[in-house]
Write a protein that binds this ligand. Structure first.
Ligand code: ADP
Ligand code: ZN
Length: 722
């Protein structure tokens, strides 16, 4: 195919299949990776020059590229990542590209900053206000206008008057960088011998080649200190570093630790930033002024050109999987990106995912262990409380033994944590008189009472109603009863049992992120004795005085028919129990369970995590489940159940034959309706060396086209089976 350099393929940031051809107007120079604006239909759209056109289009039918932005081209590695993610997840490449191009603010040339400097000539008229300005400008440095106004306390007109009088001159300075470059030598940590050995193992991976290390260490083992040193090494070598966190909005202490280590705040990337801030970080990453980013999973698509190190803290965390739009898993795609960039990856966790552990066991990842807590801190002592014999009285949720331990911790001046991973007051509300159960009108889910806010709420679609005073079915007054506990109900019991304790409830509906951050700081300062919280408290926080942790329903995660139920339960229990005894005190954790003999509970009590992984890997292998096999879920949804089910049946019969592929379903999804749409699931399972994405793509291409309100969502490597 002959290629005319004045025609190029441009991938637009829109959910379409392939790139389109455009003409390069005279005088414009573009290369693969150049960011451009092109006409698409009636408007201009951001796109990226992808290379020579795929097919020959009549020259006169082509439209011109409207403009090329004055920024460096995207790296080859990033373009390949977009293609890789698209191929793997079955998302259109343009939709994946949108995750890269999301910030159009970043593409405009940054506005210069107006600054003033003394000329040396004094004005004829000197007022006190003018003198204050000239005083500030004494050092002959140029001052940005806003800073000058702030420092001298005058209005802009005074400065402008001085300019007209020839006493000061106006300059345009380049906008300052969003962050200063981190200094890898600002505060080098004194590592313990075990930490040093861990760092040496990571450093032994060739920095110019792809390599992955699993940093597998107990909670509080000092993993952060170790990967900071590895990041420092990368920065010294002149390459950029990316640290991903599962929940950055609430782990502000991490940013403080970074600042202490590297002498300056990192560039951040998460949903709480303004578009302007994001734009500046994005551009800084692209032009190389930003050397290190701490961000949420979407930071994976930032336009690094010199990426040398990716760190995923809490690599097992479910928040790394995106389940809307492009269904990608940031951990897996981070490994892909590192491969394309010849970079190193550190996957850090106290409870690594079974997939990652398997890669480490098989030698594909370096397995770096930290077995002891830093300094004199010891691991918590874990005990189960058998709810069948030692459980609480009816209508209560805290077992007597746990209540005693909480009480004595508080008496010793320490902190205690009661953990229940369920928001709201009660998961089910029913009428004592007629038996009516409150259900979401649009989802197959109970309405969860949130007493604090006075509403019943669906946790799937967010639908809310004020908690009724009379039963909406039979009209009986005061007949509604709450069934089962949520975190607010535990708080109510705690208030009755420990009235003198300073208590705090932590759950995502108890305030804004800023308010929650304040609560965390107050806990860290010891301003509360008893913390009552959901999953929110299990992540990355150090509560020095916390010595007793009670998990009220350790079985909660085991209830679903989810192949990852055991793993998820093990992870959350370990993380929550690991909050105890961070400082020198030995912590205690209590797990209230109906299944004290379950392998997960036994592994918790004996502290034998190896036994847990061995058992789990064996079970996965026997079932052909990941990481020994592959899964892909197809979720067919429609406004009517029959439409979804009939299409799913046709889809099943259209499935191509392939050796080793097993298909399950169609069956109603466990949550059979969400937002008024009926959901039917199909599941494909294959061996691990089979290209299941390719199979599903081929399958869907040969199936009947979806019409009307039908939708088929593909989820490769599903993490949730709802
Ligand atoms: P992890 O990430 O493994 O849970 P952290 O890195 O958060 O553990 O370390 C736990 C605690 O020990 C933190 O308070 C941290 O500041 C402290 N710590 C760990 N390593 C060191 C070190 N080398 N020097 C000083 N303090 C350390
Ligand atoms: Zn709902």
């Amino acid at each position: 195919m002959e290629h005319r350099p004045d025609i190029v393929a441009v991938m637009v940031g829109v959910a379409v299949e392939g790139p389109y051809s455009y003409r390069v107007p005279a005088g414009m120079a573009v290369v693969r990776g150049s960011i451009v604006a092109v006409p698409l239909g009636p408007r201009l759209t951001l796109g990226v020059v992808w290379g020579p056109p795929k097919d020959m289009v009549a020259h006169n039918r082509l439209r011109d590229i409207a403009m090329a932005y004055d920024v460096p081209p995207l790296s080859e590695e990033l373009l390949k990542l977009v293609e890789w993610v698209a191929r793997y997840t079955l998302a259109p490449p343009g939709q994946v590209l949108r995750a890269v191009l999301r910030s159009s603010e970043a593409l405009d040339t940054p506005k210069p900053v107006i600054a003033y400097r003394r000329t040396g000539r004094d004005p004829e008229k000197l007022t006190p206000a003018r003198l204050r300005v000239l005083d500030v400008l004494m050092d002959e440095m140029a001052w940005p206008k806003a800073a000058l106004i702030g420092a001298s306390g005058v209005s802009a007109s005074v400065i402008e008057g001085l300019e007209r009088a020839g006493a000061v001159e106006r300059l345009e300075m380049a906008a300052p960088p969003i962050v200063l470059p981190p200094d890898p030598d600002a505060a080098i940590a004194k590592l313990s011998p075990e930490q040093q050995a861990a760092l040496a193992q990571i450093s032994a991976l060739d920095p110019h080649k792809f390599g992955v290390a699993l940093l597998d260490g107990v909670t509080g083992g000092g993993k952060t200190e170790v990967f900071f040193e590895a990041v420092a090494e990368t920065l010294r070598a002149g390459r950029q570093a990316l640290i991903l966190l599962p929940e950055i909005a609430l782990t502000h202490t991490f940013l403080d630790r970074f600042t202490r280590r590297f002498g300056t705040r990192p560039a951040e990337w998460h949903s709480e930033m303004t578009p302007v801030q994001r734009g500046r970080v994005w551009r800084g990453v692209l032009d190389g002024t930003v050397r290190a980013v701490v961000g949420a999973r979407s930071a994976l698509f930032l336009p690094f050109r010199e990426l040398g190190m990716l760190v995923l803290d809490e690599e097992h965390d479910g928040a790394y999987k995106q389940s809307e739009g492009v269904n990608y898993h940031a951990r897996d795609m981070a490994v892909v990106r590192a491969h394309l960039a010849n970079a190193r990856v550190i996957l850090s966790s106290a409870t690594p995912s079974v997939e990652t552990r398997n890669n480490a066991n098989g030698g594909r990842y370096a397995h770096v262990m930290l077995t002891a807590r830093f300094a004199e801190a010891a691991m918590p002592n874990i005990t189960t409380i058998d709810m069948r014999v030692d459980g609480p009285e009816k209508g209560q949720w805290i077992a007597p033994q746990l209540a005693r331990e909480v009480f004595s911790a508080i008496e010793r001046g320490e902190q205690a944590l009661l953990f229940l991973n369920r928001r709201g007051y009660a998961p089910l509300t029913l009428c004592r008189s007629c038996g009516h159960q409150y259900q979401c009108p649009d989802c197959s889910a109970w309405m969860v009472e949130h007493r604090f806010r006075g509403v019943l709420m669906c946790h799937h679609c967010g639908h809310e109603v004020r908690t009724p005073k009379v039963c909406s079915a039979c009209g009986e007054a005061d007949a509604l009863i709450a069934v089962g506990p949520g975190i607010e109900r535990v708080a109510e019991e705690a208030a009755a049992r420990f009235p003198d304790a300073r208590r705090v409830i932590l759950s995502s509906d108890m305030g804004s992120n800023a308010q929650l951050r304040d609560r965390f700081s107050e806990i860290e300062r010891g301003e509360f004795d008893l913390i009552i919280g959901t999953q929110l408290v299990s992540k990355g926080h150090h509560f020095e005085k916390l010595s007793v942790v009670g998990v009220l329903d350790a079985d909660l995660g085991l209830a679903h028919g989810d192949p990852r139920a055991g793993e998820k339960t093990f992870q959350i229990l370990t993380q929550v129990a690991g909050r105890a005894g961070r400082a020198s005190k030995t912590g205690k954790a209590f797990l209230q369970t109906y299944h004290p003999d379950h392998p997960v509970m036994r592994a918790m009590v004996t502290g034998d995590r190896e036994a847990f992984y061995a058992h789990e890997l064996q079970a996965r292998e026997a079932g052909g489940l990941p990481p020994f096999g592959r899964l892909a879920a197809l979720i067919v949804s429609a406004n009517e159940h029959d439409v979804a089910m009939n299409y799913a049946k046709k889809l099943l019969s259209a499935a191509p034959m392939a050796e080793g592929v097993r298909l399950f379903g169609p069956a109603d999804a466990p949550i059979a309706m969400v937002r008024g749409r009926h959901r039917v699931r199909l599941l494909a399972q294959s061996g691990k060396d089979f290209d299941l994405s390719g199979y599903v793509r081929f399958w869907l291409a040969s199936a009947e086209k979806v019409t009307g309100n039908l939708r088929v969502q593909v989820d490769i490597d599903p993490m949730s089976f709802m």
